[in-house]
Design a protein around this ligand. Structure first.
Ligand SMILES: Nc1ncnc2c1ncn2[C@@H]1O[C@H](COP(=O)(O)OP(=O)(O)O)[C@@H](O)[C@H]1O
Ligand SMILES: [Mg+2]
Length: 467
């Protein structure tokens, strides 16, 4: 936008300069030509005055008295002077190429001056081989024409003078253009800088930084107004989001108490039912199982609401140590299902992570892997230190997921068709993603290349790099 703005402004300046300077240049050229001709005419008459005395007294013979006047004239003018007598023979000249006594009567302008009529104009000169600009005036004594004075320039001399004027105009145009460029850049900056700041603020907000605000202290009033409106909007948005989050948190929190009460009542009912009715016991067992599921779901929702509230502090954690610790914790349940859990970890695998988050992420991954792993298989936990990152993989030999499912599995409450009927909330992976993001990392599900199954991966920043 800035470049287009500068381009448009310069375009206008160039058009204005062209419209203004082209006629100006041709006008000034005309004025310069006229000025030179007028000066020639004036000089011709002055020299004619000098020549009158010489020609009068000498009656056609060149007198030395005219030569000093011509020499003096040559010091201040580049014009070539030829003075002739009444029949057109040269009596004096400041041009060394002209011979005294040579006839100039055949030059039209001299011929005309000798008839008493001054001549001004230009013509091709055979002697010079180029165009000549001339003024020829008669030298008169009373009514009698006693000679002629011709002043001339080669046309190229006049053209050079005119050209110099044109260069002058071009230089002024170039300076104007340069100044216009500087002004355009400065003006564009004052316009685009606050706009760019506003864009940055908008991008930050859309990336989830609800504290992002635009500065409304600088720039043109319209943009300051826009920044103020943006800030009001961002403020409202953040308030709405905050109240929604706290609502989700509050609801989860409020549900905890009646749910605990319900669980107690169910336990009491089970105790009362005792062994009386097998059917009743089974029904109460199932109810308790569902209540447990509901309870864990609410706990997870609360955890999510807390994470989305933002600003969870991060700490340094030894990923290898956490991996071994969690494997040990899950060992009894794995053994029950005849599944082996193996850990392979790089040393030096310290990473930045939300406090307690790595344990939760590995637990969620192992929990999922255990629920899909066939009996006799192995769940492999790998910790790798890769440059600035630490990768933690939990790989199983279960049925795996399609690449599309690997993406949607992170959405809240998503569960594949085959796991719909089992316990679980569909919130585990959503929590993993929140934890990974809050830690400055990421989470992904990857189909295994070597054989069937899935690898759940969390990538975190190495502690050495992030400090
Ligand atoms: N290792 C895995 N292999 C196959 N499917 C998986 C795996 N991990 C997760 N899934 C699928 O992703 C869904 C969502 O997982 P999750 O968010 O942890 O919720 P939950 O475990 O409560 O169902 C699971 O229900 C399952 O269908
Ligand atoms: Mg899960």
């Amino acid at each position: 936008m800035k470049r287009r703005f500068i381009g448009a402004l310069l375009g206008v300046v160039i058009i204005v300069l062209a419209v203004h300077n082209v006629p100006l240049a041709s006008y000034l050229s005309r004025v310069e030509r006229d000025r030179l001709t007028t000066a020639l005419e004036r000089d011709a008459f002055i020299l004619a005055g000098h020549a009158k005395e010489s020609l009068n007294s000498s009656a056609g013979v060149a007198l030395p008295s005219l030569q000093p006047a011509l020499d003096e004239f040559s010091k201040t003018s580049a014009a070539l002077v030829v003075v002739t007598d009444a029949i057109g023979l040269v009596v004096s000249s400041n041009d060394s190429a002209v011979e005294i006594g040579e006839t100039y009567a055949n030059r039209p302008e001299v011929g005309m001056a000798l008839t008493g009529v001054p001549a001004t104009g230009q013509r091709a000169s055979q002697t010079l081989g180029q165009t000549l600009v001339y003024v020829a005036v008669p030298v008169q004594s009373g009514d009698r024409v006693i000679g002629a004075v011709r002043l001339s320039y080669p046309k190229s001399f006049v053209d050079k003078r005119v050209q110099r004027q044109r260069w002058g105009i071009l230089l002024v145009g170039a300076i104007s253009l340069l100044m216009a460029t500087i002004a355009a850049v400065l003006f564009a900056n004052t316009l685009t800088r606050p706009l760019r700041r506003l864009t940055t603020a908008t991008e930050k907000l859309s990336a989830g930084d609800m504290q992002s605000r635009a500065s409304d202290a600088q720039g043109p009033p319209e943009i300051r107004e826009l920044a103020r409106s943006f800030n009001v909007m961002a403020g409202r948005l953040s308030a709405i989001l905050q109240s929604q989050r706290s609502f989700a948190g509050d609801v989860s929190h409020q549900l905890r108490t009646p749910l605990t009460a319900l669980r107690l009542r169910l336990e009491q009912a089970q105790a009362i039912a005792g062994s009386e009715s097998e059917e009743l016991r089974e029904a109460l067992d199932a109810s308790r199982h569902e209540t447990d599921r509901l309870q864990s779901m609410i706990e997870q929702l609360l955890a999510l609401a807390r994470l989305e509230g933002g600003d969870a502090p991060t700490v340094d954690a030894d990923a290898a140590l956490v991996a071994y610790d969690r494997a040990l914790m899950w060992q009894p349940l794995a053994e029950e299902k005849n599944i082996t859990i193996s850990v392979a970890a790089d040393s030096l695998s310290r990473c930045r992570v939300v406090d307690g988050g790595l344990e939760q992420m590995i637990d969620n991954f192992v929990d999922n892997a255990l629920s899909v792993s066939p009996s006799g298989s192995t769940i492999e936990i790998t910790v790798r230190h890769k440059g600035v990152q630490v990768e933690i993989d939990v790989c199983d030999s279960g049925p795996g997921l399609t690449p599309e499912q690997c993406v949607v599995a992170f959405q809240r409450f998503w569960r594949s068709a085959s796991t719909q009927n089992e316990g679980g909330s569909g919130l585990g992976l959503a929590i993993v993603q929140q934890l990974a993001t809050a830690s400055g990392g990421s989470a992904a599900l990857l189909p295994r290349k070597d054989h069937v199954g899935l690898c759940a991966r969390v990538t975190l920043l190495s502690a050495h790099e992030s400090t």
